[in-house]
Design a protein. Structure first.
Length: 253
């Protein structure tokens, strides 16, 4: 799918990898709507791109539906959807104080997996109403997993389960939506310089990225953005989860 002239929703776009993606998509000629929590930099990011901001909490299914509808209306349809909201808790299956609290496990699944699926079903429904382009494409969805989906570390059981769910649903969703000309992929990053880990001292960065082959550093948000745009532009990329990890394989700790 061509980026220029397309309409993109970027969920989580106030910050980090999604923000870099919103900026790259806009620089390549897409119309962009930024969706993120109220009180974030989403409005400023959107304004700088000539786009619109739609506040939402992805844990609120009704607010999510309203925000996707508002973004679709502001853009005049959606061709590209990039989704990054997510996160985890550091908790072992059994800890000193007892078993992993079930509500915490459910919370991580809700934020990463259920909210991503909710976004995807709503985004795909809007995309299904597009006229197909000359290649028969109506839309492209990019979700955010993690390499923890494949080799989660001690204390990541909930996060790994959730991200493995995102990786696992890419193929079946691509199959579900193939008849509509909508592709679905996930990106599985290693450690990226966003949020709290942004600006950590070089010694700590070296320690955290010691399992990488090369380069031994954290990824940069624009490197995620470049892959997201490559996925949009390459019609043969479908149903997969692409590692973006400099050859990193996380060890147990
Ligand atoms: N940074 C890393 O090292 C790394 C590695 C692997 C995977 N990931 C995944 O990347 C995603 C985070 O992206 P980032 O690293 O660019 O972080 P980030 O914190 O810079 O951006 C995440 C954005 O999502 C938004 N968000 C969070 N919860 C939300 C909610 N409930 N409703 C609406 N918006 C919400 C935040 O406000 C923020 O703007 C997560 O899914 C995380 O699991 C990150």
């Amino acid at each position: 799918m061509q980026v220029a002239g397309s309409h993109a929703v970027v969920v989580g776009g106030a910050s980090g990898m999604a923000r870099a993606t919103a900026e790259l998509l806009a620089a390549r000629g897409a119309r962009v709507a930024v969706l993120d929590r109220p009180g974030t930099a989403g409005a400023e990011v959107a304004a700088a791109l000539g786009g619109t901001f739609h506040p939402l909490d992805v844990l609120d299914a009704d607010a999510t539906e309203a925000a996707i509808e508002a973004a679709a209306e502001a853009l005049g349809g959606i061709h590209i959807a990039v989704n990054t909201p997510g996160g985890g808790v550091a908790r072992r299956t059994v800890g000193k104080d007892g078993p992993h609290p079930l509500d915490e496990f459910r919370g991580v699944i809700e934020l990463n997996l259920v909210a991503t699926f909710n976004l995807n079903r709503l985004q795909a429904w809007v995309m299904s109403r597009n006229e197909p382009d000359e290649d028969g494409e109506r839309g492209v969805i990019v979700n955010t997993a993690s390499i923890a989906a494949f080799e989660g570390q001690i204390g990541q059981v909930a996060y790994t389960a959730a991200k493995a769910g995102i990786a696992g649903m890419a193929l079946v969703m691509a199959r579900d939506l193939g008849g509509l000309g909508i592709r679905v992929n996930a990106i599985a990053p290693s450690l990226f310089a966003t949020g709290l880990v942004q600006g950590i001292p070089p010694e700590m960065e070296a320690q955290l990225t010691k399992d990488a082959a090369f380069p031994r550093r954290m990824g940069r948000p624009d490197e995620y953005a470049k892959l997201a745009v490559a996925i949009v532009e390459n019609p043969m990329l479908n149903g997969g989860t692409i590692r973006l990890d400099a050859g990193t394989r996380f060890s147990a700790k």
